[in-house]
Design a protein around this ligand. Structure first.
Ligand code: GAL
Length: 951
């Protein structure tokens, strides 16, 4: 049996022309379920005759369809970002080409109508040859695209045999080099569908909206006899294909108000329920507009992934994704980097998300060869490129949520891409075309970049230094920005400011939605998430696949919470005489929101109420006076929240959409500092107030009887992926400067009457620079006060990871309560989502379980912190005025050494960092580093803290 089709650059063959995805009242039978399965290491090793009825598959395994065989115990997943995991010699693929044979025997139910029937595959990775009852139907490629085959004449009432031979690698693999796991098999649904004679073969609903008149224009175009559309709510009945209706008083569709009108497209023999959303996408005045309004993409790149199922994503997770997005103020999705399961787009229509639908095309690995041989400019691949685009556009054309078509990702440039764009413009003039790789904007309609830094976005916004006259006039978007790998990104706020300053900068899509971790268990049965290399792949890109704003189990990471705050559609700030409320929605007023306020004194609620805000149009703002407030003496803030007034599809009434804080009473002068107690010395210890010190090192050894490893200067943090990053490898410089192995030399322990002064020089081995740290301790009967003065000595070669103190406490002090910013972690360039308040978390809850362990959990602007046991014993730390802290059950060194979450195990102590400052996060793992204001330089500084033992 020839297998030359596998390495043929042409698209598959035998399939029916592509058409819209729809479900009608025609008979359909899902063939999802348990199939017989055999994996062979190569095509040569695969058995012959699997398509024949008499083939004996009793020795075979079974497999669920849809699924990926690597996640069902056959073969192993493999991850590469850019590099092809096989020699680049297109269109050839390895002889060791894992081949999965699938067989399904099925009967037809008695009620099946006698009608032409098609067999549809929604996705097979990467190439399949298909037989029904011994007859070959054809070959399909284009993993994330559907194929349909005409099977009516071949079906029999009982014992139909469907045989599918799937190859891991094919010529198509050269076009599918997306940054993700290589996973194979029939991973989307398989369905048998009756196609009634005289039915709706295919249709396109056109539903434009004129914002000047409020009028909608509805028509349907269709092939086939006498196709009509009805939308009862609009009084449209039986509008024939090709004719259009003008409809007054239409409520347009937008991501913010996804109004859909239920209707039907039908013929005499078939009825298709449709949901019509009226909207018109235009490019005017260099801006992308929908219904006449500039829109701002607060978007996210979404791959389909699940830690157990990979890209065979059950529908409930698509729903979960969209609900989480909507609850976090995300209004747009780029379907990176392939058309999603069709169900996802229906949900986008329904819930309201702007969508860039992206074709299944990436040839990034040719970049390693300076793009020599890149299929994008090679005529022998022209049909494959066009075929992919056609299959996407035809499948998805009826979704109002899709506002841009994208040709694909990182495939450089070339004729075949230009050809896709040309065909698309012709086929669907109602939507602009996007492709980031067309830097010259020769064949696209919007200018798109990925990971441009803030300066570049600003220049683009100002239209300076651009010699290309066409590009200069186009709307601009960041199809990827703010790489969310590990802890980060920092710098979101500054991007938002640029999007608001420059009308042509229409936002961006954060990279990316989800960490693509794969659930595994260690030898003790503990779950962890695997990444590249964990399956023994000889070539891999490690944890670069772990870069989402939600963890693999879909719990939000701090990045998502920060995104939600930075891009909140309502901005609540202190304004002259009260509160300013600005509506940042693109299209809707604030009618659906209520406003509540709470006054908190040192984080404890004192009064609350509702705020009457009145109407605010999109883009508008109002000033609202402060509500009448009771007097307070301690530091007090008014928190105002914008909440949903009624249940929506994606969140219940009361869900907080936005919030802001207005300071009401400033912090009073601190209580008189602890002073007056005298230092007493015995042979082996020094005592001062509630503290005991080691006379040799000057370190605090106990506080109110609790044993402690007293505070001393510390600069290290377990580097984040962004510290390690590609742009400014801070980690390298920090390690070269020895910041992870500082030595502390005691220069003097100076006992004064009521003060203990410990002078140290803290410096890396082998190098000449260092930090002078002087600890000044004073006390009264119950409290110890510490002022640490630090001063750099010599020339410091690099920034600092952090500047602070580390100490250790008994493990029993496992609950933290603080008045400061929270509840989540915060870093200088990612702290918008932390509000002032009083919060309680266990030490365990303070950790963010990044799949690749790294610095995390910092709480900032802390006024006071209590670390206690259940019984109330513990310590209290007060800042003058504030400090940052992290508390963990492992050391920074252990965190630094860990590569998976299961490497971290709780020790006996609580390790507490009390910091002056942290270096920012940036997004240098793929993009710009930390912006200058957030870079932590070695500098003279002082931190003052008061420690109070609690019992
Ligand atoms: C981009 C690419 C994405 C992803 C990202 C880094 O270049 O389009 O697919 O690889 O970089 O995570």
């Amino acid at each position: 049996m020839s297998s030359s089709y596998v390495e043929d650059p042409a698209p598959g063959h035998g399939a029916l022309p592509p058409r819209a995805a729809f479900a009608s009242d025609a008979w359909a039978l899902s063939l999802n379920g348990t199939w017989r399965f055999l994996l062979s290491p190569s095509i040569a090793a695969a058995p012959d005759g699997t398509e024949r009825d008499d083939f004996d598959d009793h020795g075979w395994d079974t497999i669920p369809v849809p699924s990926h065989w690597q996640l069902q115990g056959h073969g192993r997943p493999a991850y590469t970002n850019v590099r092809y995991p096989f020699p680049v010699h297109p269109p050839e693929v390895p002889s060791d080409n894992a081949t999965g044979d699938y067989r399904l025997t099925f009967d037809l139910p008695a009620d099946r109508p006698d009608a032409p029937t098609v067999l549809r595959f929604d996705g097979i990775d990467s190439c399949a040859r298909i037989w029904l009852n011994g007859h070959e139907l054809g070959v399909t490629k284009g993993s994330r695209l559907p194929s349909e085959f005409d099977v009516g004449a071949l079906l029999r009432p009982r014992d139909n045999l469907l045989a599918v031979r799937v190859h891991q690698w094919s010529a198509g693999s050269y076009l599918e080099d997306q940054d993700m796991w290589w996973l194979s098999g029939i991973f989307r649904s398989v369905t048998l569908l009756a196609r009634p004679a005289g039915g709706v073969t295919d249709y396109t609903v056109h539903a434009g909206y004129d914002h000047r008149t409020g009028r909608g224009t509805l028509s349907v175009s269709a092939s086939g006899p006498d196709v009509r559309i009805s939308v009862p709510e609009l009084g449209v009945t039986g509008l024939p294909a090709g004719e259009s209706a003008q409809l007054d008083g239409i409520e347009p569709w937008s991501a913010e108000s996804p109004r859909l009108y239920a209707g039907e497209v039908y013929t005499a023999t078939e009825r298709v329920p449709v949901r019509v959303g009226f909207r018109t996408v235009t490019i005017e005045d260099g801006q992308l507009k929908v219904n006449g309004r500039r829109i701002l993409f607060r978007g996210v790149n979404r791959h389909e992934h699940h830690p157990e199922f990979g890209r065979a994503l059950p529908r409930e997770f698509a729903v979960a994704d969209i609900e989480l997005m909507k609850r976090h103020n995300i209004n747009a999705v780029r379907t990176s980097h392939y058309p999603p399961d069709p169900a996802f787009l229906e949900l986008c229509d329904l819930y309201g998300l702007w969508v860039i639908d992206e074709c299944d095309l990436e040839t990034h690995g040719f970049g390693e060869l300076d793009w020599a041989g890149n299929p994008s400019d090679d005529p022998q691949w022209a049909d494959a490129y066009l075929d992919r685009m056609r299959r996407m556009v035809e499948r998805d054309k009826n979704h109002p949520s899709i506002v841009l078509w994208s040709l694909g990702n990182e495939a450089h440039t070339g004729r075949n891409l230009a050809g896709m764009a040309e065909w698309t413009h012709e086929r669907d003039p109602s939507r602009p075309v996007h492709y980031e790789g067309d830097f010259d904007c020769a064949y696209v309609d919007v200018f798109s970049r990925m990971y441009a830094d803030h300066d570049e976005v600003d220049r683009i916004g100002r239209r300076v230094d651009d010699e290309n006259p066409r590009r200069r006039e186009l709307p601009f978007l960041l199809c990827e920005f703010a790489h969310a790998m590990g802890n980060g990104p920092g710098g979101l706020l500054e991007y938002r400011e640029l999007f608001e300053r420059h009308p042509r900068c229409q936002g961006g899509f954060i990279w990316e939605w989800l960490d693509h971790g794969i659930a595994q268990r260690d030898e003790h049965g503990r779950e962890f998430f695997a990444y590249g290399g964990d399956f023994g792949e000889p070539l891999h890109d490690g944890n670069f696949v772990i870069d989402g704003v939600v963890h693999p189990d879909r719990t939000p990471s701090p990045a998502l919470v920060e995104f939600a705050k930075v891009f909140e559609p309502v901005r609540i700030t202190a304004g002259s005489g009260g509160i300013r409320i600005a509506n940042h929605y693109d299209t809707v007023p604030l009618d659906g929101l209520g406003f509540s306020w709470v006054l908190e004194e040192e984080g404890v609620a004192r009064a609350e109420g509702l705020l009457d805000v009145g109407p605010v149009p999109p883009g508008g703002s109002v000033a609202v006076p402060l509500p009448p407030l009771p007097p307070t003496t301690a530091e007090s803030l008014l928190t105002v929240r914008a909440v949903l007034s009624a249940d929506t599809r994606w969140a219940a009434a009361g869900h907080v959409v936005a919030w802001g804080q207005v300071p009401v009473t400033p912090a009073p002068e601190p209580a008189a500092p602890a002073r007056g107690a005298r230092v007493t010395a015995t042979e082996d210890r020094l005592r001062l107030g509630p503290g005991t010190f080691d006379p040799g090192t000057g370190r605090l050894t106990s506080l109110g009887g609790h044993p402690v490893h007293g505070p001393r200067l510390d600069l290290w943090r377990a580097p984040t992926d962004n510290d390690r990053g590609s742009d400014r490898p801070e980690e390298q410089q920090w390690r070269a400067a020895g910041l992870h192995r500082l030595q502390h030399r005691v220069e003097g322990v100076d006992v004064r009457e009521d003060e203990l002064v410990v002078r140290t020089r803290v410096a890396p081995p082998a190098l000449g620079f260092g930090m002078l740290a002087a600890y000044h301790w004073t006390a009264d009967a119950g409290r110890l006060r510490l002022r640490v003065d630090v001063e750099p000595a010599g020339a410091w070669p690099c920034t600092l990871p952090r500047l602070g103190l580390r100490m250790a406490l008994p493990g029993a002090f496992g609950t933290a309560e603080w008045f400061g910013a929270g509840p989540g972690e915060a870093y200088p360039d990612s702290r918008q989502s932390a509000r002032a308040g009083r919060f309680v978390r266990t030490v365990e809850e303070l950790q963010t379980p990044y799949v690749y362990p790294q610095e995390n959990g910092n709480r900032t602007e802390v006024r006071n912190l209590l670390l206690t046991s259940g019984g109330g014993a513990g310590i209290r730390v007060d800042g003058e005025p504030v400090f940052d802290f992290t508390a963990r059950r492992w050391t920074t060194e252990e965190l630094d050494a860990a590569t998976h979450t299961t490497d971290l195990t709780a020790g006996e102590l609580v390790h507490l960092n009390l910091d002056f400052a942290q270096h920012g996060l940036g997004s240098a793992s793929c993009g710009p580093g930390v912006l200058p204001p957030y870079r932590l330089q070695a500098r003279k500084a002082s931190l003052t803290l008061t420690f109070t033992p609690l019992s």
